[in-house]
Design a protein around this ligand. Structure first.
Ligand code: GLV
Ligand code: MG
Length: 339
């Protein structure tokens, strides 16, 4: 079986920054559940093997009066559930300035640190937040005698976090990835949206008038509100060899728009998204897995390019060292998902 290293080995000059040794197990859908909700908790065993990541959410969407129950619920679920090889266990702890974050980290690492792959930290403002979590995790792991480090994932959902995104991405070797949190970020930026992620019908461009067009009867095209933010986050993650994710899409009924938002993020470089409802799981799986056509095309380019240098014509299109590198990204992802 070829490894990612083999793919990029002949392309040392200008090859994409390799991913650090972050867990390269698939994480196309990070499926959120509320461990304080018995109905949701009861569904967890059926999701094992179905989703790449199960995330016990302790932060927003869990009522203040249920914070302790959610924390304890996650401990119980982690102990009672065999997650097998294919499903990772993550948690989203409460924000570092909340009354719950310290107990979240202390309890979870002490009680189930051997089962927890990643801690998602919300509302990260700068590298200092990651340094704090990093040191605390190191102490808790040492005390619990853990040999495998718990990794850290930051949610980008404040203007200050956005401004510090490169420093956050590189703040610790524990950094696994970053998610866009569009709902909190919209609020912090004082955007005038009132929804959780996705586009907005008012954010559009209208075609210039031409003869015969009257008033508003001109085609309009809705724009991706999150393009700049995702692109910036992707650059920061790529530079530091960690993984970028789109976050939540709140309109559960609109799977079409959800798929569009996920696909925009995928094409821009994201490797996964959050799923808030079972109906978003297959959407994420299909969007964040390269299509059979893309993989077949990538192989054709690789084969046609021989030693990886020069240029060839395929189906009327010029392919060269740079288009080959894009194809290798697709092949690397396909290989990783198939492993
Ligand atoms: C997620 O936490 C968000 O704020 O969008
Ligand atoms: Mg949020």
């Amino acid at each position: 079986m070829r490894s990612a290293k083999d793919f990029f080995a002949p392309l040392a000059v200008g090859a994409p920054t390799p991913l650090r040794e972050v867990p390269v197990r698939p994480s196309r859908m990070i499926h959120f559940f509320d461990p304080s909700n018995p109905k949701m908790a009861a569904k967890v065993p059926a999701l094992v093997g179905e989703v790449d990541v199960l995330l016990g959410n302790l932060e927003d969407a869990v009522k203040a009066e249920n914070k302790e129950a959610a924390r304890q619920g996650l401990v119980d679920i982690a102990r009672a559930t065999d997650l097998g090889e294919h499903t990772q266990l993550w948690t989203r702890v409460n924000a570092l300035d909340s009354p719950w974050a310290l107990d979240d980290l202390t309890t979870l690492v002490t009680e189930i640190g051997d089962r927890l792959d990643v801690v998602m930290v919300p509302k990260v403002q700068g590298p200092e937040d990651i340094h704090y979590v990093d040191r605390l995790l190191a102490q808790l792991e040492a005390r619990a005698g853990l040999t495998r480090p718990v990794l850290v994932h930051a949610i980008l959902e404040t203007a200050r976090g956005m401004a510090n995104v490169e420093a956050i991405a590189g703040a610790s070797p524990r950094m696994q990835g970053i998610s866009l949190g569009p709902a909190d970020l919209a609020a912090d930026r004082r955007m005038k949206t009132t929804r959780v992620g996705g586009g907005h019908p008012g954010y559009l461009v209208r075609r210039d008038p031409v003869d015969g067009d009257v008033g508003g009867d001109r085609p309009t095209y809705q724009q991706d509100l999150w393009h700049y933010t995702i692109a910036r986050m992707v650059d920061a993650c790529a530079m530091h060899g960690i993984l970028p994710y789109y976050g939540p899409f709140g309109d559960i009924a609109d799977v079409v728009a959800c798929e569009d938002q996920f696909r925009n993020a995928f094409l821009l470089g994201c490797v996964g998204a959050w799923t808030l409802h079972p109906r978003q799981i297959d959407v994420a799986r299909s969007v964040f897995s390269p299509s059979a056509e893309d993989v077949a095309h990538a192989w054709r380019v690789k084969e046609a390019m021989g030693d990886g240098t020069g240029a060839v014509m395929l189906d009327g299109r010029m392919e060269d060292d740079a288009s080959l590198k894009q194809c290798l990204v697709v092949l690397e992802l396909a290989e990783r998902l198939a492993a």
